[in-house]
Design a protein around this ligand. Structure first.
Ligand code: KIV
Ligand code: NA
Length: 277
């Protein structure tokens, strides 16, 4: 398994071959994603909601992220892994952004970072590029600042806000971003941005004309039932499978069926004879 590279990802856009990305937060999931042959893993700050049980991504810390990035890296050989900079780890200053992104690369071991925002984070993106850290932008619905956006809703629905998002996209590309996530925007806006930029766009709730797609792992396999956004497709219903397995285990333990003889350890007969009184 050869490692996915930045030049291969860039070449995909020219070749018209879609880029596949999914989130992963731990070692076993990273192994599954690599086995499936997907191109990229995002260790998203969505882990705050999906695996830590918070109501938003806002409380997620650098330490939370590093803990999960390290686990994902231990399970990944091929996929290109992006670490998602959490709220207030890059907004304060360029120095803060470079320092924290540097920790992701150096202590976490991931291949690049993602941060949310448009023109307002251009200095941070420039600083990261100067430091040699590959950076992916993220515009449209940006969950860390969802309160300012009026909640979790589609962005860029009118001509003025759509044009503003095109300007943001261009500014991020100009600043040096190698990729851009477009979340929850009308498909014609995502198409326009994807055609305008020379860097690949990755959509989530942004139609099929982006250069790639991303979904949250737990949404994709049916392991997160708190809510399911319109843009999610569930490719499996793992919750049913897992709950059924757990119930069966509980029933078999209660009935004395599990463990069976094949799960038990024996003792040599002569030792057993000397031991059992
Ligand atoms: O944290 C995350 O999972 C994300 C994706 C939804 C793009 O940012
Ligand atoms: Na995120």
């Amino acid at each position: 398994a050869t490692k996915m590279t930045l030049s291969e990802l860039a070449a995909r856009k020219t070749a018209g071959r879609k880029i596949t990305m999914v989130t992963a937060y731990d070692y076993p999931t990273a192994r599954l994603v690599d086995k499936a042959g997907l191109d990229m893993i995002l260790v998203g700050d969505s882990l705050g909601m999906v695996v830590l049980g918070y109501d938003s991504t806002v409380p997620v810390t650098m330490e939370d992220m590093l803990h999960h990035i390290r686990a994902v890296m231990r399970g990944t050989q091929r996929a290109f892994v992006l670490g998602d900079l959490p709220f207030m780890s890059y907004q304060v200053s360029v120095e803060q952004a470079v320092g924290n992104a540097g920790r992701f690369i150096k202590e976490g071991g991931c291949d690049g970072v993602k941060l949310e925002g448009g023109r307002e984070v251009v200095p941070q993106v420039q600083g990261l590029c100067r430091a040699g850290i590959p950076v992916c932008g993220h515009i449209g619905l940006t969950p860390q600042t969802a309160t300012n956006l009026g909640g979790f809703k589609v962005q860029g629905k009118d001509a003025a806000s759509a044009s503003a998002l095109v300007e943001d996209a261009l500014a991020l590309q100009e600043a040096g971003a190698f990729m851009l996530v477009l979340e929850c925007v009308p498909d014609i806006l995502a198409r326009e941005i994807s055609r305008t930029l020379h860097i690949p766009t990755i959509g989530i709730g942004a139609g099929r004309e982006c250069d790639g797609q991303v979904l949250v792992f737990h949404d994709l396999v049916g392991l997160f039932d708190r809510f399911t956004p319109k843009f999610v497709k569930r490719y499996a219903q793992l919750e049913e499978v897992v709950v059924q397995a757990l119930q069966e285990y509980g029933t078999e333990v209660a009935a004395g069926i599990f463990p069976g003889p094949e799960h038990c350890f024996g003792m040599k007969q002569e030792e057993a004879d000397r031991f059992v009184r």
